[in-house]
Design a protein around this ligand. Structure first.
Ligand code: NI
Ligand code: MN
Length: 226
């Protein structure tokens, strides 16, 4: 499968013939100035929580593509009032979509939508199909609940974890998270977009490497095959 970094916590993923976009915050992100949201294809837009740096472009991308939003009940309902179709999940629940299975899992964070509407509790996603299984953590602290993922899901091929600290876990906690989820290939997100979350790339990679794990730090717009 192809994974492309769109800045902050946003990624596009191709699974089979379906296009997924996670947490789009692109049009107001100076680091993503070369990405035009009009060019993005999406069958589904997955939103981990309601904060602006995760949902900013969800409405435009969903409407351009007639995409389905997958998120918690509160967020899907909010977009439903804007005539965007959605599939609501809540923690611990999973659903089999035409691209694979999606489970909504715990995150420790907060969640409010841009207009102040309650955004439900924040979450992450564990997604699997016949080819792959991965975890998109969303914004979260390190949490003991991460240990439930390897107990309840297929072996993870990779995980997308926040590493920028201040609003989420930082590097050292993310290394522990990688151990909790029993995953050796981690893709970094939620770093460098704002001053509070700048990281030292080399030090971050080394912190993972000493534990036998790989931290992949993509350039905005970069695409890799996983
Ligand atoms: Ni957030
Ligand atoms: Mn965030």
């Amino acid at each position: 499968m192809k994974l492309r970094f769109l800045g902050q916590s946003s990624f596009s993923v191709e699974m089979g013939d379906k296009h997924l976009i996670f947490d789009p915050f692109i049009s107001a992100n100076p680091k993503a100035a070369d990405i035009n949201i009009e060019d993005l294809k999406a069958d589904y837009v997955l939103l981990s929580h309601g904060h602006q740096d995760h949902v900013l472009d969800a409405e435009a991308i969903a409407k351009n593509n007639e995409a389905t939003i997958i998120s918690n009940y509160e967020i899907v309902t909010w977009y439903g009032a804007k005539d965007i179709k959605g599939h609501p999940l809540n923690h611990g629940g999973q659903w089999s979509f035409d691209f694979g299975n999606v489970k909504y899992v715990n995150a420790i964070h907060s969640s409010v939508l841009p207009d102040g509407t309650y955004g439900g509790n924040p979450g992450g996603f564990v997604i699997n199909n016949d080819e792959t299984c991965f975890y998109f953590a969303g914004d979260t602290a390190l949490t003991w609940d991460m240990k439930l993922i390897p107990m309840t899901s297929p072996k993870l091929d990779f995980a997308i974890l926040p590493v920028g600290d201040n609003f989420t876990m930082g590097i050292s906690d993310a290394v522990l998270a990688a151990e909790f989820i029993e995953c050796d290939k981690i893709v970094a997100c939620h770093f460098d977009t704002f001053g509070y979350i700048e990281i030292d790339h080399q030090a971050a990679k080394e912190a993972f490497a000493v534990k036998g794990k790989e931290l992949i730090i993509l350039e905005v717009g970069e695409e890799i095959e996983l």
